[in-house]
Design a binder for this molecule. Structure first.
Ligand code: F6P
Length: 463
């Protein structure tokens, strides 16, 4: 059987904090003698060429260092100040500096040069996320003929937003050099197909039209998931119980509304707190009866738009506190710090409402984890943004438009007032959907589709 080589910007870390993706792929990589390749997390002053192999909890990980300047242009620059805001339809938050693209390409070239000598002819390569769109092109330019797949963890942009990205034609051509491109949701495949089938005239695309041939590239939705049953076990583990006990003491019987998100403008955090403010303003019976906890670990905080989001959240949390807090009651707690999975699992289980309202999101695994952690006898309610990929599979959530804070406030009211029978019925539907989309099946189905046609025994469907 061919080896599987996984490539991503960050490689998995040690210990129980390792993400679901690493957990799901560990067994496959061990069985097929594959490895995970990516950036070491180390910044150096001069370009490094050596690859270091390390065994991380049974996972073989190969890493390279990047120079400070290249990393800045590639990560904070092109990836997170241009691609991230554009793919999330926040062109107003994009900053364009022309030279970042060179750094982005240079890092992809460096990845390709370092990876190529490690490859066998029949290795299957699985590249993850927007940092590495050009990697297949760079590998193919060096002669690699392997099957190469790409998975986009974030949403795919509409054509208008795509045209605003410098070098978008080249990036789309880069995507056409993969054998398989996987997206989170049908909405993303539709946006991609729209581009592929009606490529922009020169006036829109800003450069002479050279039709891109996507003939070799298969594109499909592979919605990622979690391991909801593992989350259920974690939520009742002693480590989770420790957090549950602490929180129960603090709550004095109030119902908990919980949000857990990286501090990112795509997550709709100020809008969410405003919706909570409207709930307290419109329906005074909830004052002293509910408490909102927002966990928001800082992310990409060297980028000014992230600092502005943090400031906006500080301001609105302060406003809600000033408006509703009393000497013996606080409406909300806001913590800018990361918690381990067991503590989060305990908090999810305790929360009557899981408030997951990103303005746009690839999938949103917090929604999956919240569902997994619930008590089947007395589950909470998931209030979920229509613009998260998760909305395509979680029909039993209360779906909201996160830009409409009145609608979200009303969804909060419904969730808090929802009788137990309805909560159980909805949760059963959600848990079935989470199980149907678990992360292990997700990786298996992507890898099966990426295997050579001879190994699959089926014809490929090209667009
Ligand atoms: O959701 C996209 C993503 O890149 C995830 O893969 C990652 O866990 C998260 O954003 C955090 O990003 P960063 O690596 O920039 O901290």
């Amino acid at each position: 059987m061919s080896r599987i080589i996984v490539v991503s910007n960050r490689t998995p870390g040690k210990g129980p904090a390792a993400g679901g993706l690493a957990v799901a792929l560990r067994k496959t990589l061990a069985e097929r003698e594959g490895f995970w390749f990516g950036w070491s997390g180390k910044l150096v002053d001069t370009p490094a060429t050596d690859v270091r192999f390390e065994d991380i909890d049974g996972l073989s990980v190969a890493q390279i260092d990047l120079t400070r300047d290249d990393h800045h242009a590639y990560y904070a620059g092109f990836s997170n100040s241009i691609l991230w805001p554009s793919f999330h339809l926040r062109l107003d938050l994009a900053t364009i500096e022309a030279h970042w693209y060179e750094g982005y390409r240079r890092v992809n070239q460096q990845f390709a040069h370092a990876l190529l000598p490690l490859l066998k002819a029949d290795d299957i390569i699985w590249v993850h996320d927007y940092h590495l769109i050009p990697l297949a092109s760079e590998l193919r330019n060096l002669g690699a003929r392997n099957r190469i797949g790409f998975y986009l963890h974030i949403p795919f942009p509409t054509s208008d937003a795509l045209y605003a990205i410098p070098h978008h034609q080249e990036l789309m051509r880069d995507l056409s050099r993969y054998d398989l491109v996987g997206m989170q949701a049908l909405r993303d495949v539709a946006a991609f197909t729209e581009f592929a089938e009606h490529q922009a005239p020169a006036t829109l695309s800003g450069s002479p039209l050279q039709a891109i041939d996507f003939g070799r590239t298969e594109v499909d939705a592979f919605p990622i998931g979690s391991d909801p049953d593992a989350f259920a076990r974690l939520a009742t583990s002693p480590a989770a119980n420790k957090m549950v006990k602490r929180m129960e003491l603090a709550l004095h019987g109030q119902q908990l509304i919980l949000g857990v998100d990286r501090l990112d403008y795509s997550k709709g955090l100020p809008q969410r707190v405003e919706a909570y403010e409207k709930l307290l303003a419109n329906d005074p019976r909830f004052r002293r009866q509910v408490h909102m906890l927002q966990v928001a670990p800082p992310s990409r905080d060297t980028i000014k738009e992230y600092q502005a989001t943090s400031d906006a959240l500080d301001a609105i949390c302060g406003r809600v506190m000033g408006r509703f807090a009393e000497p013996d009651w606080q409406p909300l707690t806001y913590v800018k710090r990361a918690y381990g999975q067991p503590s989060l699992a305990g908090l999810y289980r305790l929360a009557r409402v899981g408030l997951v309202t990103p303005l746009r999101d690839g999938m949103n695994l917090v929604a999956h984890e919240y569902v997994g952690a619930q008590d089947p006898e007395d589950p909470g309610v998931l209030v979920l943004s229509r613009f998260a990929g998760a909305a395509e599979i979680f029909e039993d959530a209360i779906l909201v438009n996160p830009f409409d804070t009145d609608e979200t406030a009303e969804a909060l009211r419904m969730a808090l007032d929802m009788p137990r029978d309805e909560r159980i019925a909805r949760w059963q539907g959600l848990m079935a959907a989470a199980r149907n989309h678990n992360v292990e099946d997700w990786s298996k189905s992507f890898l099966e589709r990426l295997a050579p046609a001879s190994a699959r025994g089926t014809a490929t469907r090209d667009i």
